[in-house]
Ligand binder design. Structure first.
Ligand code: JHZ
Length: 392
């Protein structure tokens, strides 16, 4: 049974960065539910994939050192531990992971054709398609089964998870390995990072929900890594239940026990989270108001999808935040959806005469603080809402 626990109001599509201010921008209700049976957390309104993941998708994984280095370490690990003949990546984005593998060992799947073009140009075999059974059949007919499938921050973006896993089991070798990684709902609750919810994130996984979900497809978890990326993620290692060659590590039962101890199986935990989110909003708004009353200049750093949720939920607009800086080429000279704050191409000079910076990319805090040592040295301060609204 689905139970409602959080209402984030009306939200525009997070990655729809506009060239011109549009006061009639379409917004969708963003309500979050917990399924008491499957333990899955999901948003209620599903937007057709084509509206979000198309030739204009701006997000690029390779633009942060943190992600590049995380993918590099993982690539070494995959080679050492599984030595794949073929690695299939679902949602290969701009090739941040696959560039660590030789070209004849990788197959990319990426529905955003602007991104697919990048890995094609790099010389990697890329399907610019959505992941589904039709595509899995097509790939299998050409390449046969694959021994390792990897997918980061992608499966939670696909509405039909039954089709996702049917397609995976169709093409995965009998001894094959599936590795997926996504933000952890436990971390999201602990950090009150409600901004992990936006229309692209249809689901937020936990070990609890993933283990139940994959069981239906005769798959099981055999290892879990805890990651710092994207505000705290889990990397799930999955095998077929009837593959007895691989031993199940105790990382799986440990993570599930931690989640159960925290109350992720009980609706009350979710209801309390909903209350904490409202408090977080009120406290963040108070901080901005106090600073603006003192005429402080505030800008944003990292025009993230997450920031879109915060700005629209907390009603923070261009009267409060002068502009955002961001390194992504396809975001510059555009506007944050719904709140009309200009995004400028990152240059150090744009931080001059700024009193406070709102950390839209709070998940890259360490990387950004290192880069902006001078701003901090000169007395500049950051504002964040994670794990609670404060000035740092
Ligand atoms: P970042 C996107 O979410 C969308 P977002 C998507 N749905 C998803 O699941 C996650 O990614 C994985 C900029 N930046 O990674 C670059 C700087 O300007 O938190 C990015 O625009 N300077 C696929 O958008 C943004 O911040 C820097 O030094 O919430 C980071 O976006 C750094 C480090 C980043 O994802």
């Amino acid at each position: 049974m689905k139970k409602f626990f959080l209402d984030l109001g009306k939200q525009p599509l997070a990655n729809q960065y506009l060239k011109k201010i549009n006061s009639n921008l379409v917004k969708y209700k963003l309500k979050i539910h917990f399924n008491t049976k499957s333990k899955m957390v999901s948003i209620s309104k599903r937007i057709p994939s084509e509206k979000m993941f198309n030739a204009k998708y701006p997000y690029r994984s390779s633009l942060s050192h943190t992600m590049k280095s995380s993918f590099k370490i993982l690539s070494k690990e995959i080679k050492k531990r599984f030595n794949p003949k073929i690695l299939l990546e679902i949602g290969s984005n701009d090739g941040a992971l696959i560039k660590n593998f030789s070209k004849n060992k990788v197959l990319c799947v990426e529905p955003c054709s602007n991104l697919a073009m990048i890995t094609k140009k790099m010389g990697y075999f890329t399907y610019d398609n959505y992941w589904n059974l039709k595509l899995a059949k097509k790939i299998k007919a050409k390449f046969n089964n694959v021994d390792v499938i990897y997918s980061a921050n992608t499966l939670t973006h696909i509405n039909n998870l039954t089709d996702v896993f049917k397609s995976i089991t169709h093409i995965l070798d009998k001894d094959g390995i599936l590795i997926i990684e996504d933000p952890s709902f436990l971390e999201c609750i602990k950090k009150i990072s409600y901004d992990q919810f936006y229309n692209e994130h249809i689901y937020i996984f936990s070990a609890l929900s993933v283990s139940k979900l994959i069981h239906k497809f005769k798959l099981e978890l055999f290892d879990i890594d805890k990651l710092d990326t994207h505000g705290g993620s889990l990397r799930y290692y999955i095998k077929r239940i009837n593959n007895n060659k691989i031993k199940i590590k105790d990382t799986v039962s440990k993570q599930i026990s931690t989640e159960l101890r925290f109350g992720l199986a009980n609706f009350l935990t979710y209801k309390k989270f909903g209350v904490s989110v409202k408090k977080s909003k009120n406290n963040l708004v108070k901080i901005f108001k106090k600073l603006k009353d003192k005429n402080k200049k505030i800008i944003g750093y990292g025009a993230t999808a997450k920031a879109c949720t915060v700005l629209n939920y907390c009603n923070i607009d261009n009267k409060i935040i002068d502009y955002f800086v961001d390194t992504t080429p396809d975001k510059s000279n555009r506007f944050m959806p719904g709140k009309n704050i200009k995004i400028k191409k990152y240059k150090k000079i744009l931080l001059n005469n700024v009193d406070y910076i709102y950390l839209g990319a709070w998940n890259f805090k360490d990387e950004i603080f290192k880069k902006e040592k001078n701003f901090i040295k000169k007395g500049g301060r950051f504002i964040t809402h994670v794990p609670k609204p404060r000035i740092i």
